[in-house]
Design a protein around this ligand. Structure first.
Ligand SMILES: Nc1ncnc2c1ncn2[C@@H]1O[C@H](COP(=O)(O)OP(=O)(O)OP(=O)(O)O)[C@@H](O)[C@H]1O
Length: 305
């Protein structure tokens, strides 16, 4: 949904172009979206489409200097006004050595609570849903368990806007399902907004059970929206562009996986077309090296015996 006339979108992005480095091509190109309070949007797209970059910019983690770009949450400029009530949960958290130190989970969560303040009923509910054992020690738990602690920590304080960067992918199916149910209920009860990304690596796992979660879905490719956020589930009366409508299955929420598959297939065909035209290169460069890249690689590193 990209409707600038919406009186108060929770997330509003206009003319956003962004490059990670001065010489690199833009990872986001002239992006504009407007998401209303209480919406739950899933960004779909192949690896490198720009989903994480968009979430990180909304979280104020990357500074945008491009002229004309306007990135707001609840009407506040994300760089200059730091809007309150925004929670960003990303995968890099688990890589931080501090969260792998010898500290008991209860102490770890208490230290965060002391800083942020939280409702204990909400915390206990999250501990149940995420099946967290307060006596675990942070350096002795699995990646999935560590992720559950992160989610509990990040969701304890009630957020207005939640930005999720693939933090549910390594949860087991039951925990993930309970968490999505909680997030959906919470978003409905408090009119809070969720924007999250889903990537292709294991699409069946990622999209399984997600069909009832979003109110909008969107498709990104090479830093642009091929399909701007559109209401989900789709109906024949959805305000979907004609060219998109022709490609999508109108059906039950369970078809989200099929829509994602359709979009990713289109992405791959588009990329292959660019490759044919010499505008993109992937994999072994068969014409550039004789013998092939892989033979050269294996000889170089002497994997032959
Ligand atoms: N720190 C960085 N420095 C330079 N380029 C980056 C950096 N992070 C991402 N990029 C580039 O920006 C583009 C978009 O990356 P981004 O991580 O936003 O994609 P994505 O859609 O989230 O991908 P995935 O689903 O694989 O996580 C890619 O071409 C990527 O190579």
């Amino acid at each position: 949904m990209s409707n600038p006339s919406n009186p108060r979108p929770d997330i509003s992005v206009k003319q956003l172009t962004y490059s990670h480095t001065p010489d690199a091509p833009p990872s986001l190109r002239n992006i504009s979206i407007h998401l209303p309070p209480g919406s739950r949007t899933i960004l779909c797209g192949a690896n490198g489409a720009g989903k994480s970059t968009l979430l990180q910019i909304l979280a104020g983690k990357r500074l945008v200097t491009a002229e004309g770009a306007d990135v707001r949450i609840k009407g506040k400029d994300v760089f200059r006004d730091s809007p309150p009530g925004v929670t960003f949960l990303g995968t890099e958290w688990a890589l931080n050595s501090a969260v792998r130190s010898d500290i008991e989970v209860s102490h770890f969560l208490d230290s965060v609570g002391a800083v942020n303040g939280y409702n204990t009923e909400r915390r206990d509910h999250l501990l149940d849903i995420l099946d967290v054992d307060l006596s675990w020690r942070m350096h002795q738990i699995s990646d999935g368990e560590r992720r559950r602690v992160q989610l509990c920590m990040g969701l304890m304080a009630a957020w207005d806007v939640l930005l999720l960067d693939e933090v549910t992918v390594d949860l087991d199916v039951l925990v993930r399902d309970d968490l999505l149910t909680f997030l959906k209920k919470d978003s409905i009860a408090r009119g809070a907004t969720i924007l999250c990304k889903n990537s292709p690596p294991d699409a069946t796992h990622i999209f399984d059970g997600l069909g009832n979660f979003p109110t909008y879905i969107a498709h990104m490719r090479f830093g642009e929206f091929v399909t701007e956020p559109i209401p989900w589930p789709l109906t024949s009366s959805s305000s979907v562009p004609a060219e998109t409508a022709a490609t999508l299955p109108y059906a039950a929420p369970s078809s989200l996986y099929r829509v994602a598959l359709q979009w990713l297939t289109e992405d791959r065909e588009y990329r292959r077309e660019l490759e044919k035209q010499g505008k993109k290169t992937r994999g072994a460069r068969n014409n550039a090296l004789v013998p092939s890249d892989s033979e050269t690689f294996y000889k170089k590193y002497d994997y032959s015996h």
